[in-house]
Write a protein that binds this ligand. Structure first.
Ligand code: N2P
Length: 355
């Protein structure tokens, strides 16, 4: 008995000694953990989350941001899928990038936490079986109103944005599919229409609206609402909530014709140089408490069921953050439009050229 104890203690001591001598080695391994190059939407992952990931894994995050799918796509295409390890495309860019050979087929055995994701957002037509993409965040584009200037009920739908009383006070998103989508809904069509006549009618709607627009941008949206430069217009739900923290006259509504819904997902590029680190990064972001921190900072909706379980009552009941089924009535998730994309692009460029 005694002997066993001594042996056990010796073993323990050896174990400790071993651990001790291993510590610098572990540190060295951490130092050589390399990097992961992430190209993401701006204002989407808090800096302290990136820092904590590096602290835990030793993997340095080389991080840069974009403002639109189109900008990200153009860059990744020119680089033929190299240079970045992780990108975060929306639904309708995922199938396009898969077809272009810009994304890498995922090895799900290397992703921890996939089971945390709401099955409703998985296995979609743009990526069956999530072979290439893992949902990170989702949300809507609806209408923001400054109730100091806009009477309740003066605006309930996209087409109300054309009302003369809003002239010079409107915010319009510079996100092509979001704004074309809203215009399609305003004219009674699907936000994913591929019919050239529908797309042209949506363009005509936006040309009319352009006359009322004060700010046509993505990045400046929140500030324009907070500073009351605009009193009404398009907003992503997360931006709306963040802006409301600074200006409590702001209110977010789901337009009657239906909101525009988007889902943004992590994907690994086909030319990624740091594939293992990319898996580690995605797995880290899939932890419920990490997903919760990202959600709380930017106020978009999280697909992470584990994170949703950690929400407090107020957050759960906040319908801008967590829409009820009736809020999303008539809403549509943006999908790829195939060949019709060139028609969208043409009209969007024409709209942007209007001074
Ligand atoms: C975060 C961007 C939200 C992305 N700033 C909408 N697809």
């Amino acid at each position: 008995m005694k002997r066993t104890l001594v042996v056990a203690l010796a073993g323990l001591a050896f174990g400790f000694a071993h651990l001790f001598t291993a510590t610098p080695a572990v540190l060295a391994a951490k130092k050589n953990a390399g990097e992961v190059v992430v190209y993401n939407w701006s204002e989407y992952i808090p800096q302290d989350v990136l820092d904590d990931f590096t602290e835990e894994t030793g993997i340095k995050v080389v991080y840069s941001t974009y403002e639109s799918n189109e900008a990200m796509y153009a860059k990744v295409k020119v680089l033929r899928g190299k240079s970045y390890d992780i990108v975060v495309p929306s639904t309708y860019f995922i199938d396009l990038m898969i077809k272009d050979g810009l994304l890498r087929k995922l090895d799900h055995s290397k992703i921890a936490g996939f089971e945390n994701i709401d099955p409703k957002l998985l296995n979609q037509a743009y990526d069956p079986g999530n072979a290439y993409s893992i949902p990170y965040m989702w949300g809507s584009m609806g209408i923001m109103i400054n109730t100091k200037y806009v009477k309740p009920g003066a605006i309930t739908k996209w087409s109300d944005l054309l009302k003369p009383e809003f002239k010079g006070k409107v915010m319009l998103s510079d996100d092509a599919r979001d704004s074309m989508g809203a215009a399609l809904k305003a004219t009674g069509k699907s936000a994913n229409s591929t019919d050239p006549a529908d797309i042209e009618a949506a363009y005509d709607f936006l040309v009319k609206l352009r006359g009322s627009v004060r700010v046509f941008d993505i990045t400046a949206s929140k500030q324009a609402f907070v500073g009351e430069e605009v009193t009404v217009g398009t907003s992503w739900n997360g931006d709306a909530l963040v802006a409301q923290e600074e200006n409590d006259a702001l209110e977010y509504i789901y337009p009657e014709e239906g909101a525009i819904v988007w889902v943004d997902s992590f994907a690994i590029t086909s030319g990624a140089a740091n594939v293992e680190n990319a898996y580690a990064f995605i797995s880290y972001l899939l932890r419920p408490e990490v997903a919760l921190r990202c959600m709380e900072e930017y106020q978009y909706s999280t697909p992470n069921l584990g994170a949703l379980e950690l929400l407090d009552e107020d957050q759960l009941n906040n319908r801008t953050l967590n829409p009820a089924a009736e809020d999303l009535k008539n809403s549509e998730t943006l999908l790829g439009v195939g060949q019709a994309q060139t028609i969208y692009d043409r009209y969007w460029e024409r709209l942007k050229a209007i001074k």
